[in-house]
Structure formats: C-alpha cells, structure tokens
Ligand binder design. Structure first.
Ligand code: G6P
Length: 504
C-alpha cells in the first residue's frame, strides 16, 4: 500500500509544558477530527503540521525535526514503553515557523485575506486595501512558509522512496502542490480546499500576480478537491478565465501543459460512532441535566447555535433576526431562549476581534430590549466545550446555521445525529452541507433578516410529526456518508491515478 503524507496547518495533537511535565491535547477543529481517521486506517502515514506551541517546537527539536510517534489511547500521548500496543498511532512532524513569518502568513494573508476573499466577506467599497505591507506579507510570509512546509513534505516523500500519496489541506498551503510535484514527480498529489471556492470575479480582488500564483500552485496537483460540485466548477472557471487554460467542464478537468488536473467534490462528514459515543457520555449527561433545568423547564423552547466567532458564521444577523422575531411575536417573550456556545477564534486578527465586539453588542441590545422576569432572550457562552455543545445539540428545538458562506459546516451534521427533541435545522443555502441536508432543513438566506426571523418562528411552531420526519431523514443522510467514506473514496481515486500514471 502506498504511504500517505498529509499536510495541514493544525496538527492532530499539541504539547504543553506544565508544572507537572509535558501534556498533550488533541488538535481542535472539524478538519483535524475528520483527518484523525488516518490514525485508524493507515499504518504508514505521516502528518506534517505547524508547531502550534513552544512545547511542540521543543519536542520537534528533541527529535531533530523528524516525526514523533503519538498514540491516541483515546487521548494523545507520546509513544513510549508504557503505551498500549493496540492503540492507534500517528507519526507527526512538527514544523517550527519563525514567529514573524507565521504572523504574516497566518495573520495577514491566510486569515483574513484568503479567508475573506473565499467567503466573500469584504464590503468592496472600503475593503480590502492591498498595500505594500500586504505584498510584503505575501512574499515573506505566505510564500516563504509554503516553501518551508513544501521542504518538509518533500523530505517525507523522499524518505519513502519518492512514491507516496500526498494529501495537502486547505487555504494555508496553495503553493505547496506545485513545488512537491517538481521535486517528487512520482508522487500523487491532492489538495483539499475545505472552504468555499468562489467564481473568478471574487478572485479579482487579489492582485493579478498573487491570484495567478495561487491558482498555478494548486494546479501543480493531480486533484484539487472541494466539498461541493459548485466549488469544483468555480475552480475550473477560474482556471479558464483567470489563466486562460483549456477546461473540460463535463469531465471536471483542466489541461495544464501536458498534464490533466481534476477538480472533484468529496463532501466531508463526521465520525458517526465517535460523535454518538461522546453524546452518550456521562459528562454530556451532566451538562444536559443542568441546561434542561435552567433553560427548558415549564415547556420553554430552545434555539441553539455552536460556532467559532468567525464573521463568516453570520452570528450578528442571527441574533438580530431572533430579536425581530420576538418583536413580531411578543407571546414568545419568556418562552424561548437562544443559547449560543461560541468559541473565540483568531482573536489576534483585527477583523475577528472587531466581530467578537459586534457579537457582544448585539446580544446586549437584544437582551436589553426583551428581558423578562428571571429570563433573558440570548444566553451567550464564550467557550470551547465539546460536552456542552453536544448537550446543547441534544436539547435544541431549533439549530441555527445561517453562515454567510461555509465550505461544509459540520455543526449541522453533528447536531442532527444527536438531537433528542425533534429539532429543526435552519440551514443557510450557502453552506456546503446544504447540498446534502437542504431537503431536510428550513433553508435560510443569510442576508434576509425577515426570512430568518420567519424561519425561526416556523420552526418553533411546526407540527411534531413533520419535525421528526425531517430530523430522521437528515440523520440518515449523515450516517450514509460517514467521514471514513470521505477519506476512503479519495484514497481509492488517488491510488487509481497512481496506477495509471505514465512511467518513464
Ligand atoms: C476552518 C479551516 C481549518 C482551520 C479551522 C480552525 O475549519 O478550514 O483549516 O484549522 O477553521 O481555524 P484555526 O485558524 O483556529 O486553525
């Protein structure tokens, strides 16, 4: 079986030095969770990622930059003599990036610039300003960091004899594929873009050389993969219109010199067993009991959202729509709470810090306008708490996912799996998840406050039987396309490509 070399910015585990020694925590975020399937299915895999903490960098240095073996037992730990021999393990190579470079790469180019262009978050009359500093951050941050990670990937491929499947992940590393292909011509390379890929006009926000470089970098791969066919088509249109390449739309391919590059869709999913196991845990039961007694006693209803505090998630408009629904239906005042568990995210990026402040302001405003005796309309928790999120999913009468744009949105998939109250999913038409779950959700249009307020009201007053039908069908859809399938179909396709690759 061909070995796999995986690259993502966040790694599967991160170390911390505490008073009692070295501790290890699982990496956060849906992408990392989805890729953990590798640990169970692939023996000869290495995962290259950024050292996220000083302790990650120290562990990497102790191993002279080589991969370290981490067991997931189920919590991560460095493999040593005491490790359970049956525990799945992963080889993780931490790349230590100079902090100034990393700030430019991550804090100025990846988030916000690429994230904002791809989620179409800019109000173009005033943003963005592409300045000399942006050009500098691109050259000295994004390009340099991509080159550094490409070196690490190349070393790992070469140490496996030059034959490997290379799985590059996300918007942090658009330039890596091209470099790896040049230096490892026998590798099969795929780049998975986990965020939306907009059409060519959206990319015209970026300077010509920058956008051409990003596209050319991706086109160094054999496959560029997305969560939806819409994003894959947009990518091909970009290759056609921005680079003048020859595209075969029905076949989903583009000619680049003498090579053919495929754009494909593989909708990511959740690990159904793992989600159900967590949902059944004691910790979740405790959180659920506490939430139930404080928020849904006396037949009260619950609207829930769980998100990172990211402008793409449309949290502010969601709260404004809720406030509007209460204005129009005063009979619901005191009868329904909007519980939001929000994880502060990328707070060192000014756009994110501003957005978090806007979230606080709208919550204060709606709560001041509508509070009643011993009840407040919005219960905002700024936290990262998986057990709490699961308990909230279970108790939700309505789950709000109204993102401006979202590559997939795994919250929607997790919540429909574990909900226990025939909850209704309000799902933005601009999420990747909408391609699969749209028929079993109330579709919301993310900019239409009135429509979102109406959809909340409809969901809260919908007959139980209809709610149950929709929830059951949504959960079945998620079960049919589990994350293992997401990974195995990609690997099968890439192995087929490897076999078909012309040999010198
Ligand atoms: C999204 C991206 C991931 C990223 C995650 C968390 O899901 O697609 O690549 O890791 O957000 O963001 P962060 O900046 O905290 O890694």
């Amino acid at each position: 079986m061909l070995p796999v070399v995986l690259l993502s910015h966040r790694g599967p585990a991160s170390f911390r030095r505490t008073a009692t020694g070295l501790t290890v925590k699982r990496g956060a975020g849906g992408l990392v969770t989805a890729l953990m399937g590798l640990a169970e299915h692939l023996d000869e895999a290495v995962w290259v990622c950024a050292a996220a903490t000083e302790a990650d960098a120290a562990v990497a240095a102790e191993h002279e930059g080589h991969p370290v073996e981490i067991a997931f037992d189920p919590e991560p730990q460095l493999v040593d003599a005491d490790t359970d021999a049956d525990a799945p393990t992963l080889n993780v190579r931490y790349v230590d990036v100079d902090s100034d470079r990393h700030d430019m790469f991550y804090g100025e180019i990846a988030n916000p610039l690429l994230w904002f262009v791809q989620h179409e978050l800019y109000g173009l009359a005033t943003q963005p300003d592409i300045s000399a500093a942006t050009h500098h951050a691109f050259a000295e941050g994004y390009v340099a960091v991509n080159e550094q990670f490409a070196d690490a990937v190349v070393e790992e491929v070469e140490s496996r004899g030059g034959h490997a499947i290379v799985l590059l992940q996300d918007y942090h590393f658009y330039l890596v594929g091209e470099i790896v292909r040049r230096r490892c011509p026998d590798a099969v390379i795929s780049h998975f873009v986990h965020i939306p890929w907009p059409g060519p006009d959206a990319w015209r926000v970026l300077p010509t050389d920058m956008r051409e470089r990003l596209l050319t970098g991706l086109l160094g791969c054999d496959v560029v993969a997305f969560h939806t066919t819409r994003f894959a088509r947009n990518f091909l249109r970009c290759a056609q219109e921005l680079l003048g390449l020859d595209v075969d739309m029905p076949a989903g391919t583009v000619r680049v010199g003498d090579r053919t590059v495929a754009a494909r869709a593989y909708p990511i999913s959740v690990d159904v067993d793992a989600v159900e196991k967590t949902a059944a845990s004691e910790e979740v039961a405790e959180r659920r009991a506490a939430l139930a007694s404080s928020l849904i006693a006396d037949d009260r209803q619950l609207i829930v959202r769980v998100d990172r505090t990211d402008p793409s998630k449309n949290i502010v408009r969601g709260f404004r729509a809720f406030g509007q629904m209460l204005d129009e239906h005063p009979e619901l005042v005191g009868k329904v709470t909007f519980l939001a568990s929000l994880m502060p995210s990328r707070t060192d990026v000014p756009e994110y810090a501003d957005y978090l402040a806007q979230v606080g302001a709208v919550v204060a405003e709606v709560n001041a306008r509508h509070h009643a005796e011993s009840w407040q309309p919005i219960d905002l928790r700024l936290q990262e708490d998986l057990a709490f999120a699961m308990a909230a999913y279970q108790l939700a009468d309505v789950l709000v996912v109204n993102a401006v744009n979202d590559g997939m949105n795994l919250v929607a998939k997790e919540a429909v799996l574990v909900n226990q109250r025939d909850g209704v999913l309000l799902l933005s038409e601009n999420t990747g998840a909408h391609e699969e779950l749209g028929p079993y959700a109330l579709t919301v249009q993310p900019f239409d406050l009135q429509q979102q307020a109406d959809a909340m009201y409809t969901a809260l007053t919908m007959p139980a039987e209809r709610r149950r039908e929709m929830l059951t069908a949504a959960a079945e859809t998620v079960r049919r396309n589990d994350v293992q399938r997401w990974l195995s179909t990609q690997l099968e396709d890439l192995r087929r490509l490897e076999t078909a690759k012309p040999r010198p």
